[in-house]
Design a protein around this ligand. Structure first.
Ligand code: ATR
Length: 270
């Protein structure tokens, strides 16, 4: 019986156990995936203890993704570049860290907006936190033509822009102007999430065929997505990123790349 888990603090609302246990059952595998609440101060010690108990893999979520960079025995280039580990695989007692959020972000768009071209028009990214970094990295890998990056704290956007000359930083106050002739708009800020303020954004300059994605998925249709859908824009919700980032993690542990099917989607949204 393979033992796996998602580590966070808090963790009780995590959908990851539901997702991974669904696939374990679907593929007739011997395994159990749990939610593990561990405080940041004890993270390395507790992970090593879990490994001694026989755990073979972990996902990491808030606030642990950056901390794991300091103690994993091996970290792949992607996780190093993003500066965050969200998946650990235990091999011969050693912790191998990687990041599957980039795959999740790109795959969510590819699966749900089948004809979308990353290369044709500029992408607009709102926010410059950890989530934005993964999205930017994914877009660069997909040969995005240009990224217009806007963040309330401009310095953080300037820092991320050092990654690639295609990233153009604009002022947060100019976010309406950034929408002109864009092909993709992604909200990576916490604005629009339940309990957070709304994203204030006038959409008059947003072309009607611009694809809009929010990485917030509580609610599933954020006010931004709802407004965009109402005016006819194609939209992709954030839940698919959560589902798709789980697939390569499952593959690391079980050697099978599982699918996101309708039944799983309904369970996660229930
Ligand atoms: P994550 O790692 O999930 O991206 P984060 O690092 O806390 O989380 O980043 C949150 C993002 O939401 C940041 O871009 C943040 O902007 P700042 O860098 O200026 O803090 C953005 N954000 C949060 N609250 C905001 C608000 N009221 N207005 C504008 N942006 C906000």
């Amino acid at each position: 019986m393979k033992k796996l888990g998602v580590i966070g603090h808090p963790i009780s609302h995590s959908k990851s156990p539901l997702i991974h246990n669904y696939w374990i059952e679907q593929h007739g595998l011997e395994g159990k995936y749990e939610a593990l609440d561990i405080e940041p101060d004890n993270l390395e010690k507790e992970i090593r203890r879990l490994v001694d108990e026989g755990y073979e893999g972990f996902n990491l979520t808030i606030p642990h993704k950056e901390l794991a960079l300091d103690f994993c025995d091996e970290i792949d280039d992607l996780a190093k570049t993003i500066g965050a580990v969200n998946t650990i695989t235990v091999l011969d007692g050693k912790l191998h860290g990687t990041n599957t959020d980039v795959f999740g972000f790109i795959q969510n768009i590819k699966e749900n907006a089948r004809n979308f071209s990353f290369t044709r028009k500029p992408a607009v990214i709102l926010g410059s936190g950890g989530a934005a970094k993964g999205c930017i990295y994914g877009l660069l890998q997909e040969d995005v033509r240009e990224i217009r990056l806007l963040n309330r704290t401009r310095e953080k956007a300037e820092e991320l822009a050092k990654l690639d000359p295609r990233i153009k930083v604009m002022d947060w106050e100019d976010r309406e102007d950034a929408l002109v002739e864009s092909g993709l708009l992604v909200n990576t800020t916490s604005l629009g999430m339940d309990g957070q303020p709304d994203l204030e954004l006038d959409l008059f300059a947003l072309p009607q065929d611009t694809l809009v994605n929010d990485i917030v998925y509580v609610p599933l249709y954020t006010p931004l997505l709802q407004e965009c859908e109402d005016r006819g824009n194609p939209v992709v919700t954030g839940i698919g990123m959560l589902l798709h980032q789980a697939r390569p993690a499952f593959q690391y542990w079980f050697g099978i790349l599982p699918e996101v099917d309708e039944e799983l989607m309904q369970k996660v949204l229930a």
